[in-house]
Design a binder for this molecule. Structure first.
Ligand code: NAD
Length: 283
């Protein structure tokens, strides 16, 4: 039976480290500030934004919420971002995605100053990740790496398979594993022989968005399995992309859903905001 890597525990540790550093910054008169923009009233986005706000308060950051109506125009949203880009007490800016259909997500991402882009979605930060010389890492893949490190798992030389090629998870995930000298394969919806490729993985990361997609026959005996998925099963219960009951007996390490990668994302956002505050203050 696999050892369960607890994102709850690891994320609490990361947030505590951030809180301590924040205390030290306070002695220098610096308080990191995060601005969160939410447009419209998507219930899932509301939950995420509330959780981010709560996490900010816990570690001692200033958190500002900008809740805009669904009818907000592109110009209004860009004007707010421009204002926040030059607001000195704000170190990090994030705009909760997805945006209402009439807004241009790409333009919004591009408008956030790369030095305040704590989601690391701006093309300039994405490029920096590609060359391995970055200030911020995207929160979810960075959280997965933190879980891997916390369990003492060596990536170097391992066969790593990432299922999913999104800009937010799959692609940067593959890059971070590559930076640690993994031999990385990215699988996606057009991949042939998915089962065989996954079954060759020493480290398997699932970021598909399909409930219980990864079955036991896709997993090598002793593999490390990291589940990024957040889905609902047929009964409406929260579940990952991995069929935990089937896969856990075969894996050496596995992350659960909930309580695995999920809590890491916000913890890494706190880490990025702290880093942004240090950068703004030339520390
Ligand atoms: P996405 O929909 O943008 O990407 C899904 C990827 O899966 C695509 O690249 C697609 O090619 C691939 N895919 C789809 N069907 C496939 C198939 N049959 N075989 C192989 N590959 C297939 O999703 P995303 O934004 O990358 O998110 C993936 C999952 O992770 C979702 O469940 C999402 O909710 C979750 N997520 C969790 C966190 C977190 O904080 N834990 C953060 C972001 C996303």
């Amino acid at each position: 039976m696999a050892t369960i890597i607890s994102g709850k525990e690891v994320s609490a540790k990361v947030r505590e480290e951030v809180r301590k550093e924040c205390e030290q910054l306070a002695e220098m008169g610096i308080t990191p500030g995060l601005a969160v923009i939410i447009v419209g009233d998507d219930p899932a986005s509301r939950v995420y934004v509330n959780n981010k706000k709560k996490a900010c308060e816990e570690v001692g950051f200033i958190s500002e919420e900008y809740a805009l109506p669904a009818e907000t125009t592109q110009e209004e949203l860009l004007a707010l971002i421009s204002k926040l880009n030059s607001k000195p007490d704000i170190d990090g800016i994030l705009c909760q995605l997805p945006l209402p259909a009439h807004l241009d997500e790409k333009a919004v991402i591009n408008a956030i100053s790369p030095t305040k882009d704590v989601d690391a979605f701006h093309p300039s930060n994405v490029g920096k990740i590609m060359i391995g010389d970055y200030d911020f890492l995207p929160c979810t893949p960075a959280g997965v790496m933190e879980l891997i490190h916390s369990a003492g798992i060596e990536v170097s030389g391992k066969n790593c398979v990432v299922i999913g090629r999104s800009n937010i998870v799959g692609k940067p995930m593959a890059m971070l594993l590559l930076h640690e000298n993994g031999t990385v394969t990215i699988c996606h919806s057009r991949t042939k022989n998915l089962k065989e490729i996954c079954a060759s993985a020493d480290i398997l990361v699932a970021a598909v968005g399909k409930p219980k997609f990864v079955k036991a026959d896709m997993v090598k005996e002793g593999a490390v399995v990291l589940d990024v998925g957040i889905n609902r099963d047929k009964n409406g219960k929260l579940c990952g992309d991995v069929d935990f009951e089937e896969v856990a007996p075969k894996a050496s390490f596995i992350t659960p859903v909930p309580g695995g990668v999920g809590p890491m994302t916000i913890a890494m956002l706190m880490k990025n905001t702290l880093k942004a505050a240090k950068l703004q203050n030339q520390l």
